[in-house]
Design a protein around this ligand. Sequence first.
Ligand code: TRP
Length: 332
Amino acid sequence: MEEKKRMLSGIQPSGELHLGNYLGAIKNWADRVNDYECYYFMADLHTITVRQDPAELRKRTLTQLALYIACGLDPEKNTLFIQSHVPAHAQLAWILNCYVMFGELSRMTQFKDKSAKHSDNVNAGLFTYPALMAADILLYQADYVPVGEDQKQHVEITRDIANRFNGIYGNVFKMPEPLISKIGARIYCLASPESKMSKSAPGGCVFLMDKPEDIARKFKRAVTDSEVGHCVYFDKEKKPGVSNLMNIYSSVTGKTFEEIEKEFDGKGYGVFKPAVGEAVIESLRPIREKALELLADKSYLENVYKEGAKKASYIAEKTLAKVYKKVGFIPR
Ligand code: TRP
């Protein structure tokens, strides 16, 4: 039998997971489990490039794991782990730091954005973030890396680093490919639908752990447009708010845009917005309930992340040992 291709991705526990993470990423991850060997982790090492409250970080990391599982990532079939539990990530990151150039790192748009946003804390970790991300990916010899459009540049620099390293030492790293989630799955902010749904605009962001009444309120307040007739149809340019809501509604119900247009024909936004809210509430309800149940059973979650770290370490250590040997370190 042919070996399954390997898939790897991570999300930083820098904020609570939201509808955009679910529909744009995690939901698709769960569907891939039978065709790929899958590794998903909480990128806690990356998270401290921006100052965090330690207790909050611990809580969010564990909640994120519970939500991964609640969203359908079966820990028996996927390797779920916490990045800091596998020391090889930090170890390989150091080495890759010596194979990525100052100039390359300076050109990263995320670095430019984040250093502008956190101008009081432009630390070296923020700058070398891509070397750690390259380590995450290359340690597992991943074939595919599902990420959002904003992370594409980081997968590209990973490929550049891998190419450079392989050019010097032979074939050490597999060349990973980014898998950019489809346009259909891109979810925008409910309050300003030109920008991506983000935890930094909580009013327009539906968190997976939000209570149903909060979700309902956020959808009732969702920004639409003032077109006469309040017609529900898809036009991303002219009607970004309505189009985003249609996208969300379609993602959670499986209905096509055509079916949605028909369903709300002549009904207006006053009927449409709460209907989308209700559909989202119903699709998130089992996820939230399952996550709460898992969070009440800490020993189960502990078991999952310990097993995950064990499985991940096994693969990661193999690659790291190879790299140590190639660069000329004496084996212990
Ligand atoms: N940088 C990614 C983000 O902020 C998270 C991440 C870290 C990641 N390491 C990764 C994603 C490895 C994919 C593969 O979204």
